[in-house]
Design a protein around this ligand. Sequence first.
Ligand code: ADP
Length: 803
Amino acid sequence: MKVAELTKSLVYGAAPEAAKPALDWIAEHNGRFQLFINNEWKNPSGKEWFDSTNPATGRKLGSIAQATSTDVNAAVKAARKAYPSWSATPGHIRARYLYAIARQIQKHARLFAVLETIDNGKPIRETRDIDIPLVARHFYYHAGWAQLMDKELPDHQAIGVVAQIIPWNFPLLMLSWKIAPAIAMGNTVVLKPAEFTSLTALLFAEICASVGLPPGVVNIITGDGRTGGAMVDHPDVDKIAFTGSTDVGRIIRKATAGTHKKLSLELGGKSPFMVFDDADLDSAVEGVVDAIWFNQGQVCCAGSRLLVQEGVADKMVKKLRARMEKLRVGDPLDKAVDIGAIVAPVQLKQIQALVKLGADEGATMWQPSWAAECAKREGCFYPPTLFTNVAPASTIAQVEIFGPVLAAMTFRTPEEAVKLANNSRYGLAASIWSEDINLALDLATQVKAGTVWINSTNQFDAASGFGGYRESGFGREGGREGLFEYIKRKPAKEVKAPVSKGVSSQKAATSRASAGVSLSMAPAIDRTAKMFIGGKQARPDGGLSINVYGPAVGKSRNLIGEVGAGNRKDIRNAVEAARAAAAGWAKATAHNRAQVIYFLAENLAARTDEFARRITQQTGFSANAAHAEVDAAIEQLFTAAAWADKYDGRIHGVPQRNVTLAVPEPMGTVAILMPDDYPLLALAALAAPAFAMGNALVIVPSPAHPLSATDLYQVLETSDVPHGTINIVTGNRDELAKTLSEHDDIDSIWYAGPTPGQAAVQKASAANMKRTFVMDASGALPNLDDVLREATQVKNIWVPYGA
Ligand code: ADP
């Protein structure tokens, strides 16, 4: 027999990693795991325990405590008690703790890897080479941010007590994504792992105690959704960070609506894997293996939709099938296994049901010849599965399967590829395969996803932010951008840096406002202002008007004008106009956007007196104060124009051979319901930066003082503002807010108004997971940095290099 023939006939022997260290660790605890609160181990107050099982064998590993709301209380209390001193601990000392944790994880890497594999079912190759090294990396990286916080983020501080809820697919990695930035920035934490996979979090708790982390800084409590619900509802929690399903994310969005709790959600995905006809197909096939068969496809950013250009589709599918034939499913502890066990029977059933549905809906299902062996194994196993002839609207092309199942579709042109890629309610990640870097980068900017990998896939690093667009959630984890999820602006008096120009001129306007009501300059009631939609003045659909009053004169109300009462139809029209204009405006060069805003400022300046009179008429400000407000608004327009071409991205220093471009992109269509104070300045301070960043706007002026906005129509008409990019609908704030927050074509809604209105907006926004930015109807306007951040979302584009 020749050697070549011999290599073909060789079979794999077993290459198991020893489970003993992990089993010994479990035995040391007598298979019973309590709650880690205030650096002490406590029994659950409800005396309820549940099993953690090895999904590869179906055998029980240990009993886990089910934390009740009493236990959640105790954990939050411990975190609250620890907060003042932890947040005041110098950054360097916090950095030392994070560093110590990273070192301990490395020192116990093998124990962590084996424990993770037997608890979750993922192959040891992955826990050993990916999960655990990345966990250590997250703590090292954020040790650096703890060290730099004072210098780099001088006007920010920790938020307080953070409740963190994580899923089972990357148990320890998700823990590190959550805990490392939180404690680096000075927050204290209550974290709950998913009920299927609690063990590595508990081993991590021991490490926290062993490095002497002060009691209460990190508390780990276990339990199911009931425990998670109690954490979300706890009144003394300042922030919720959640990773999991979009359904639970929606529940949490609603539950926290109108509370002071800051929220970040990392949810589901249906990420496209796009292969062009000039791609290196063999590399792309390996990419698919990593995209959808990594971690059994139980990855929120899994490349679960394969989009292939028609000319190479048959070839690609052939190569893929050949590769699938060689994949090995089996004992996750075996070092030569590619695909391990599905986390639990319930998940396996869901995969089976969706695959059946896919076949029933008419797609062609293919599995390797050995697929039937999976069902014969004890434990939960499922073979790699490929669907071809998939209709883009079918269930398997739209719904997250969270299993090793790939749905393949074809496209003809790059435009069609982008349309298919974006034909999803999700927007977590995308992978683009082409040897043409011009094409790849062009498409990277067009795909709606928080992370885009070029000629690569499933690359992660602590230095690069990760998070979604659309219903994949909001907030970023990792990178500088991720820090903002765990910090808030210090109260103004503590800010050492000079206050921004806009805010100071706004203050000047207030201080110059005289108490006396000056109405002498007010024009007579003249006309009813219309709406401004699609670049044209439009009559309100309902044919109704609302009276606008100035400050009362003596006892009588002082009618100064009328505006249209906008309704659902007006909002629909405005949103439609904004949606149609958004893509073009986002693509306009930054220079061009700046020019339009400078032109607006120029035209506003030419009408200073008229606008100042209007301010006086509406608010009773003195002529001086009103002029100061117009000047401040013009200055704000200049500031927004200045930022249009200076709000740069970054290049993250990830360890891979990559440039990772962190690019701020516009949100898309932004609805802004204006505050009441400073009717003109507020427009310039909120709408202008949003516009400068490339968003198309639907603006609802303050119902109290709408006339400064309606007077702007003529300024907008003469300033080269592209039709549809700025739309203005007057009317009842909360009625219009309801329509806007329920509208699927609004990507972000900013609402200034009373607390119940804020809550309603946040709740209604859960439907398509739009971003919300809420503030009071009167009082200081938000800081410009925050406005710019709300107006954008960071996309990380990974571009590999190397010959
Ligand atoms: P997956 O589909 O990935 O299991 P889930 O969203 O069901 O995602 O679970 C993710 C995490 O959310 C788990 O820790 C789970 O216990 C927790 N969880 C489930 N239901 C709720 C809830 N209603 N409130 C808070 N947390 C919950």
